[in-house]
Structures are given as C-alpha cells and as structure tokens.
Design a protein around this ligand. Structure first.
Ligand code: ATP
Length: 304
C-alpha cells in the first residue's frame, strides 16, 4: 500500500533521508520508530505530498506521490505533529470547513461532522471554540479532520505526543477502532510501548535509513537479548563472581536483593547459566527470564 525506494532528502547540508526503503502492506498498522531527527516527519511529509524528495520514489496505493499527488491526496489522510487552527472557529465549523475543502456537500458534511465527532468522542464539544479544547481533544479533532474524506490510508505523526496517560489511552482506542475499519495506518512515534499492542508491523529508522522492518512479532523475537532477574538466598557473591566472567552477560547490576542482567541467546543459554550458578555454590532462590519487548529490540538495534 505504501512503498518508498531509495528515498533521498536534503535540507542544505543535512541529509534527512538517505536511501530510505519502507513497505507498508495493505491493512497494516505500521509503527515507524526512530529517535529525534531520524527522518520520520520528513518521510511522512513526502508521502503526504508536502515535500518533494531529492531522489528515489514513493508510492501510495500504486500512485507516485510526485507524479500523481491529487490521486494520493484523495486516498490519504495526514495528521501532522503540529496542530494549527484558525482563530474563532468552533469544533463543528472546523470539520465543515475541511469537508468543504474536499468538495463534500453541506448536508452530507453535517452528517459526517456528527459521525466523526462521535468517533473521536467530541460530540459534546461541537459548539466550543477549537482553541479552548485541551491538547488531547485538539489531537482527536485533528484526527477527525484527517478522516473527513474517508481516506483508506492514514499518516499519523506522533499522534500521542504531549498527551497525558488518559488521553493517550483514549487516542489508542480510537486508532484500534480505525484498524477495525480496515484502514492502513502509518504511525510515527518514539513511545514504543504504546505501539506494541497496536501495530501489526514495525519499521525502525536511523539517520534517514531503514534499520529493520517486518511483522511485529518477528521484530521482537529477532532481538537476541534476554533480560534475566535472579535472587540468591544469603550470600550473592558466588553468583556475582560467575556472572562477571560469563560470556554473553551484559548490563549486570544489583538492585536491592535482586541481580539483573542481559544475556545473549535464548532458553538454552539461560539454562546453561543457571546450571553454572548452582555448580558454583550460589543458592539461587529465584531465576526468571523476562520476555522480549519492542523497547529491547529497538534499543539493541539503535546501539548496533
Ligand atoms: P523528531 O522525532 O524529532 O520529530 P524526525 O525523525 O521526525 O524527528 P525529521 O523532522 O524528519 O526527523 O528531521 C530529519 C533531519 O532533518 C533532522 O536532522 C532535522 O534537524 C533536519 N530537518 C528537518 N526539517 C528541516 C528543515 N526544514 N530545515 C533544515 N533541517 C531540517
């Protein structure tokens, strides 16, 4: 549904995109992850037809974003990371304005306005001024605006940024509803844990290049580091002695009476380490392996 090939973009001397290649399958919720300045917003703006790339190509639903921007705009909704609004506009008027910009007739637009406000849970705010809304409400309104022309594809730039935990949960619920409606969604974010139960696919970007992409589960499993937590009954020194020289152990730390570490490999390596600890005389009272998280996968790749 979305594809970029060798995408390049410079701002003066800054190379924002350096041969970026991403592929977002039809119906996917694609979490686009990268640190500040990695090139996420630049990519989204190119896909939305707001920036022209210096090289390479980008397609949405088979339409080239440079050669066919009108076709792309018809099937694409874009929610920028910055919410701008005209003064003295009420919530309902705001959506009617964008509906008119998309050529939707007044009567249909009024129904659409009400449906969208219902979807983003702002129906009771219809007659309030937009700039009197909280940040979370403005974000939801911005999402409703991106949906005015019922686009099949959505580009959301940091939709949860600046929101408090409750507003984030509300935003996530709305995105899940959009997933149920079959939209293809590209979401940029650094809040990784929030993407984990939402996304079907993940793409990681660093310095304008794709580091890795694929189905979410595959990405998490690909992180070959496991977190281990153990507790010893009595003296922990024999365990620490083993851990300090065991190959594959990193990030070793003692927190109160627990020892935490990262170990390369999988279950076999974890079992071998436990065996060695016991043989070395450590009274291991608790030994647990924590599941891989998206955060772990990203941190590992980012360090790489
Ligand atoms: P963030 O998570 O902080 O929003 P990002 O991943 O969205 O970052 P971009 O905003 O795409 O990253 O920026 C990529 C690079 O391009 C950065 O080095 C940034 O400083 C630079 N850049 C972006 N916009 C401009 C601009 N208008 N002029 C000059 N440099 C820019």
């Amino acid at each position: 549904m979305i594809m970029t090939r060798q995408l390049q973009k410079h701002y003066g001397r800054v190379q924002a995109l350096d041969g970026l290649e991403i592929e977002v399958p039809d119906g996917a919720i694609y979490g686009f992850i990268g640190q500040n300045g990695a090139g996420k917003t630049t990519t989204l703006r190119i896909l939305a037809g707001l920036l022209v790339p210096d090289g390479g190509s980008a397609e949405v639903a088979g339409y080239d974003v440079v050669c066919n921007p009108r076709a792309v705009r018809n099937i694409l909704g874009y929610m920028p990371d910055f919410f701008g609004v005209y003064d003295d506009l009420r919530v309902g008027e705001y959506l009617l304005f964008y509906a008119a910009a998309h050529g939707i007739r007044r009567q249909a637009a009024q129904k659409l306005r009400d449906d969208l406000l219902e979807l983003v849970e702002l129906a009771d705010k219809r007659d309030e001024f937009v700039d009197s809304l909280s940040r979370g409400m403005q974000q939801r309104l911005c999402l409703a605006r991106a949906l005015v022309h019922d686009p099949q594809v959505l580009l959301l730039d940091e939709p949860a940024s600046g929101l408090d935990p409750v507003a984030r949960v509300e935003m996530r619920e709305i995105l899940k509803e959009l997933r149920r409606l079959g939209k293809t969604i590209l979401i940029s974010s650094h809040i990784l844990s929030e993407l984990a139960d939402l996304c079907t696919h993940i793409g990681m970007i660093a310095d304008g290049r794709l580091v890795r992409q694929g189905p979410l589960l595959q990405m998490v499993e690909a992180s070959q580091l496991q977190k281990i937590m153990l507790r010893c009954h009595g003296d922990a020194a024999p365990a620490v002695k083993v851990l300090e020289c065991w190959p594959g152990v990193t990030a070793l730390q003692t927190v109160n009476d627990r020892i935490e570490l990262q170990l390369a490999g999988g279950a076999q390596e974890a079992a071998a380490l436990l065996k060695e600890l016991v043989l070395a005389g450590a009274a291991v009272a608790h030994y647990s392996i924590q599941e891989h998280t998206l955060e772990d996968a990203f941190m590992q790749l980012a360090r790489g």
